[in-house]
Structure formats: structure tokens, C-alpha cells
Design a protein around this ligand. Structure first.
Ligand code: PLP
Ligand SMILES: N[C@H](C=O)CCC(=O)O
Length: 432
């Protein structure tokens, strides 16, 4: 009998954690693993090893960053090499220059970038920049998109904010929330109405080019086209939040994948190779407004942290040289096909949205092209699926308002296990 992911040792740590952390955790989604989270001892490749001695296939990958899997040798070597020299200087180093050149070559040729420490800081800075550049106050976002945990974007937010029923967080002053307009994703008519009413007051339009925080929801071509056209016509900046899609949909992210262009690109997750990171990239004209060149403030003790820069650089080199995109796409496709095969036999309505190596399954709904439809899917059945899979040794996100991610190590045995467990767990929870 294999060990369970959350056994006695995890339970004891959880009991102590309940006294220490609100809701027992340091980021809410982690508490959605019931009855208590498994505590991790180490990670290697496709696997997490829990303190209770279980080995589980990881289809969460830290909610996106670890596209190379755990402890990729190349990243490990780069970190060790950087660590041996020291780890924080309060002064620039070579790695940040190399990483910036590489990223800008893919996402904003001829542009500039600022490294910060999280996607949250990055979207906050991007919004401040858009306001500073346009001299306007309003921001437009889309229902179910999640852009981190700062006030301007905690309105109709996805991810844990939606899962725990606080899409518009307590503590965000009404006066601040009123500056954030919300429109449904993929709805061109609604978008046109917002621009007709508020266009000349909108500083920036922030959007996940593929939603990864209301499950996975791909954009309609006409929605992307309208976003670009209406922002341009009204003088608002289009902020593509590529914290998840950046370097996941390909080296050029969603911009390359969908042939679109943002005025400001927000990055995070993958570019830090598993270390805390965020980045804002844009044209020289926009970025030169940031301090110390301009008057839009941003600063950070840990900005462009040397270890993060080294890990990010090694990750991007691996993405350039190893078959990461093919392997992770094929893995996600295999999971999609296995789930479809089981579900097709039940006659139940369902939707699987997959874009390359990010996907989510929505049971009970024929279509999911916006967050309202995602919320109508059978969340209870999905949670049962997550629990059944975890019992059998495979970790998918505990909420279908998150994404399933695949990566380089999801091949051979790990992929076979994941596919088999998905197939059998689905049959169990569906009683088919
Ligand atoms: C699309 C998107 N933007 C921003 C963020 C915020 O990033 P972070 O958690 O690093 O603050 C996240 C995830 O958390 C995200 O998925
Ligand atoms: N959906 C979130 C970010 O992508 C999940 C990570 C977190 O909030 O802990």
C-alpha cells in the first residue's frame, strides 16, 4: 500500500500551522487541499515527496512557474554557482542584464524592463505606469481574471478570491474599487459599451490573454482584436498580464501565440525559475517614466535578486534548448484525451479547455468562455476528482478555478501514472 500524501506528520504540522497562520496557510489556495494540506519534504522532476513518505505526480507545478519540473539540474547548477558567490548586494549584477536582454528579445524588442518580486508587484507597477503615462484614473479588468493581491485588481477577481467567495475583497475602499471597471471576458459588445461610456477616462486595460484563474479560458480572436483596437483608439494602454502565459505558451508568450501586441507586458512565475519574481516590460517611452528616470515610483530591496536572475536565465536557456514546449503540450493533450474518453461514455455535458500546457476540466457545462460559465461547472465533482487523484498519487489543483499545468518532466512513467490515475479517478467519481 502506497503512503497517503497527507498522513500523520502532515496532520501534526497542520495542527501547529492552524495556530500560526490565518486559515493555516500563507496563500489561500493551499488550504483548499482537504482535510489538511500535505506537507512537502522535497521535489524532483515530476514528483513531490511528502513528509509522510508519499511520492505524488505534480500537475500543479507551484501554480505555473516550474515548467521544467522540480530541481532541474541546469537551474540547480546555476543557483549553486550564484550562491557560492553571495546572494544579495543592493547593487546591480551581470545576470540581470543578461536576463533582461533575453526577455526583451522575445517580448518587447527595443523596450525596457523592471524586475520586481512577484506578479502582484508587477501588475501594481504596470497599472501605476498606465496611470502615470495617460494621466487618467480608470482601469478596466475582466471578470474572473486574477492579477495578484493588491487593491486595484481585487475586484471581480479569480483564483482563490473567487474560490473563497471574496472576488471583491473586504478592505478595498469603495472609492478605490470604483476606479476599476469590470467587463465579462470574451464579450466584444460589452467591451464596446464600456469604451463608449468611459473610453476617454481609461488609463489601462489589464487582461489575462488566456485566463488561468477561472480554470483555463482561451480568448476569442475577435475579443483580442477588439481589445487592441479599442485601447488604441481611446489612448488607453493595453496591459497583457502574462504572469502565467509568459514563456509557457512559447518563448514569445501569448503575444507570439495569438499574434497580438501589448503596450505593457507583465511577467512573473517562469522567468524566475521557481524563485520570487515579477517584471514589467514596455516601450522606452512608457518605461522611462519609472523612477529614477521618471516620476512613477517603483523600488525594491530584492528587485532583480541575484539568485532569481540566475535561476531565470538558466530556465530560459533550457526553454530555448530543450523540447519543453513539445513535451508539455503532448502531456496535456494526453490528459485531455484520457478525460474526454471517459466523459464521452457518460453522456454528461463537459468542457475541457486546453491551451498548450495549461488546461482545466469543467463538468456539467457545454461551454466555458467566461468566468460566469466556469462558476456554473460542478465544483463539488471536481473537488472529488482532485481528492481521488491525490489518494492515488497525482496532484491537480484543488479548485477548478485554477489550472492544471504540465511541464518537461511529464513524460514516460510520470505521464503514464498521471493519465491512468486521471482515467480511473474520473470513472470512480462519475460512477461509470
Ligand atoms: C495572471 C496572474 N497575474 C498575477 C498573479 C500574481 O502573481 P504573484 O502570485 O506572483 O503575486 C498571478 C498569480 O498569482 C496570476 O496568475
Ligand atoms: N492562481 C494563483 C496564481 O496563479 C495561485 C497561486 C496562489 O495564489 O497561491
Amino acid at each position: 500500500m502506497e503512503a497517503l500524501a497527507s498522513g500523520e506528520k502532515s496532520r501534526m504540522l497542520f495542527e501547529r500551522a492552524k495556530e500560526l497562520f490565518p486559515g493555516s496557510v500563507n496563500s489561500p489556495v493551499r488550504a483548499a487541499v482537504k482535510p489538511y494540506p500535505f506537507y512537502v519534504e522535497r521535489g524532483e522532476g515530476a514528483y513531490l515527496y511528502t513528509v509522510d513518505g508519499a511520492r505524488i505526480v505534480d500537475l500543479v507545478l507551484a501554480y505555473g512557474p516550474l515548467i521544467l519540473g522540480h530541481k532541474h539540474p541546469r537551474v540547480l547548477e546555476a543557483i549553486e554557482e550564484a550562491l557560492a558567490r553571495g546572494w544579495l548586494y543592493g547593487a546591480p549584477g551581470e545576470a540581470e542584464v543578461l536576463l533582461a536582454e533575453k526577455i526583451l528579445g522575445y517580448v518587447k524588442k527595443g523596450g525596457m524592463i523592471r524586475f520586481v518580486n512577484s506578479g502582484t508587484e508587477a501588475t501594481m507597477t504596470a497599472i501605476r505606469l498606465a496611470r502615470g503615462y495617460t494621466g487618467r484614473d480608470l482601469i478596466l479588468k475582466f471578470d474572473g481574471c486574477y492579477h495578484g493581491s493588491h487593491d486595484a485588481v481585487l475586484v471581480a477577481a479569480g483564483s482563490a478570491a473567487a474560490h473563497y467567495g471574496v472576488p471583491t475583497s473586504a478592505g478595498v475602499p469603495e472609492a478605490v474599487a470604483r476606479l476599476t471597471l469590470v467587463s465579462p471576458y470574451n464579450d466584444v459588445e460589452a467591451l464596446e459599451r464600456v469604451f463608449a461610456d468611459y473610453g476617454d477616462r481609461i488609463a489601462g486595460v489589464i487582461v489575462e490573454p488566456v485566463i488561468a484563474n477561472a480554470g483555463v479560458i482561451p480568448p476569442r480572436r475577435e475579443f483580442l482584436t477588439a481589445l487592441q483596437r479599442l485601447s488604441r483608439e481611446s489612448g488607453a494602454l493595453l496591459i497583457l498580464d502574462e504572469v502565467v502565459t509568459g514563456f509557457r505558451l512559447g518563448l514569445e508568450g501569448a503575444q507570439g501565440y495569438f499574434n497580438i501586441e501589448g503596450d505593457i507586458i507583465v511577467l512573473g512565475k517562469i522567468i524566475g525559475g521557481g524563485f520570487p519574481v515579477g517584471a514589467v516590460a514596455g516601450s522606452r517611452e512608457v518605461m522611462s517614466l519609472l523612477t529614477p528616470q521618471g516620476k512613477v515610483f517603483n523600488a525594491g530591496t530584492f528587485n532583480a535578486h541575484p539568485i532569481t536572475m540566475a535561476a531565470g536565465l538558466a530556465t530560459l536557456k533550457a526553454l530555448e534548448e530543450e523540447p519543453v514546449y513539445r513535451v508539455s503540450r503532448e502531456a496535456a493533450k494526453a490528459l485531455e484525451e484520457a478525460a474526454s474518453e471517459v466523459l464521452d461514455r457518460t453522456g454528461l455535458p463537459y468542457t475541457i479547455n486546453r491551451v498548450e500546457s495549461m488546461m482545466q476540466l469543467f463538468i456539467g457545462v457545454e461551454e466555458v468562455s467566461n468566468a460566469a460559465q466556469a462558476r456554473k461547472a460542478d465544483q463539488k465533482l471536481y473537488v472529488k476528482l482532485h481528492e481521488e487523484m491525490l489518494r492515488r498519487g497525482v496532484f491537480i489543483a484543488p479548485s477548478n478555478l485554477e489550472a492544471v499545468f504540465t511541464g518537461l518532466p511529464h513524460q514516460s512513467e510520470a505521464l503514464e501514472i498521471a493519465v491512468e490515475v486521471l482515467r480511473n479517478s474520473l470513472k470512480t467519481v462519475l460512477g461509470s
